[in-house]
Design a protein around this ligand. Structure first.
Ligand SMILES: Cc1cc2nc3c(=O)[nH]c(=O)nc-3n(C[C@H](O)[C@H](O)[C@H](O)COP(=O)(O)O)c2cc1C
Length: 230
C-alpha cells in the first residue's frame, strides 16, 4: 500500500536504477521510484486454473451495480488485472489481443487505499497516490453509485498514438476495440472469482483525466467497478 514519505530527487533516481535491476530478477518488495511513481508492489502470481468454466462465466455474467463493503484481496485485484492485460508469453503478448501487438492500453486501479497503475511486465502495481478517488470518480460519472460502492474500480485508458504509429487513422477504432476486449476479460474473471462488475462508459473524459493525472495522450475509455455483490 502507498506510503507518503518524500525521497530526495538524487536518492530517488538512484533507487529507481537499483529497482530496475531488482525487477529483472523477479518479484520485488515495495520500493520507491522517481517522479510520480511512488512505490512498486509485486502482485501475487495469477491463478491459471479457476473453478468456473468459460461457458459458466459467460452464462453467469450480468451487470452488477451494488456492492458490499468487503474489500478485495490483493490476489483478486492481481487476478482481475492479469485477466484484462496480463502478459502470457515470453514475447510479451497479453491476455487480450492488440492490433499489431502495439498494446495501447493503460490500466489504473482506484481503491480505498489509493490509486495505482498496472505494469503488465512483471505483473506489478506502481502506486501513484494514497487518496481514495472513488467519490470524485463517481461524481464525474453522473453520480453513479456503483463507482462509489465498489472496493475496486479499474480505469481503462487508451493511447491512440501508439497504435497510430502503425495504423494511422484507424488507431482510434482499434484502441476502443481493445478496451472492450480487456473489459470483457475483467468481467468474465469477476464471475470466475464470485465477484460482480459493470462497465461504465458515461463519464466526463477531461475530469477523469485530471483526477487520475493521466499523461498527455492517455484517453480514459472505460471505468469498471468491481466488488462483492450486495
Ligand atoms: C459501451 C457501454 C457503456 C456502458 N455504460 C454504462 C454506464 O455508464 N453505467 C451503467 O450502469 N452501465 C453501463 N453499461 C452496462 C449496460 O447497461 C449493460 O451491459 C446492459 O444493460 C445489459 O445488461 P448486462 O450487462 O447485465 O447483460 C454500459 C455498457 C456498454 C457496452
Amino acid at each position: 500500500m502507498p506510503r507518503s514519505t518524500t525521497v530526495p530527487a538524487a536518492l530517488a533516481v538512484l533507487m529507481g536504477v537499483l529497482l530496475v535491476g531488482v525487477m529483472a530478477d523477479g518479484p520485488v518488495a515495495p520500493e520507491r521510484v522517481p517522479g510520480a511513481w511512488r512505490e512498486v508492489e509485486a502482485l501475487p502470481s495469477p491463478r491459471l486454473d479457476g473453478p468456473v468454466s468459460l461457458e459458466a462465466a459467460l452464462l453467469g455474467r450480468r451487470s452488477v451495480r451494488s456492492f458490499s463493503d468487503v474489500p478485495l484481496t490483493v490476489e483478486e485485484i492481481g487476478q482481475l488485472l492479469w485477466a484484462a492485460q496480463g502478459v502470457t508469453d515470453d514475447a510479451g503478448h497479453r491476455t487480450a489481443p492488440s492490433a499489431g501487438a502495439m498494446y495501447p492500453l493503460e490500466l489504473d486501479v482506484v481503491t480505498a487505499d489509493g490509486f495505482a497503475r498496472y505494469v503488465p511486465d512483471g505483473h506489478r502495481l506502481a502506486w501513484r497516490g494514497d487518496a481514495d478517488l472513488r467519490a470524485s470518480l463517481s461524481e464525474v460519472a453522473q453520480g453513479q453509485a456503483a463507482i462509489l460502492e465498489a472496493p475496486l474500480v479499474i480505469v481503462i485508458s487508451g493511447v491512440p498514438e501508439r497504435t497510430a504509429a502503425r495504423y494511422g487513422e484507424r488507431a482510434e477504432r482499434y484502441v476502443a476495440m481493445e478496451a472492450g476486449h480487456a473489459a470483457q476479460n475483467a468481467l468474465l474473471e469477476s464471475v470466475s472469482l464470485g465477484l460482480g462488475a459493470v462497465v461504465v462508459g458515461a463519464f466526463d473524459d477531461e475530469a477523469v483525466r485530471r483526477l487520475l493525472a493521466l499523461a498527455d495522450g492517455e484517453e480514459p475509455l472505460y471505468l469498471v467497478p468491481i466488488g462483492h455483490p450486495r
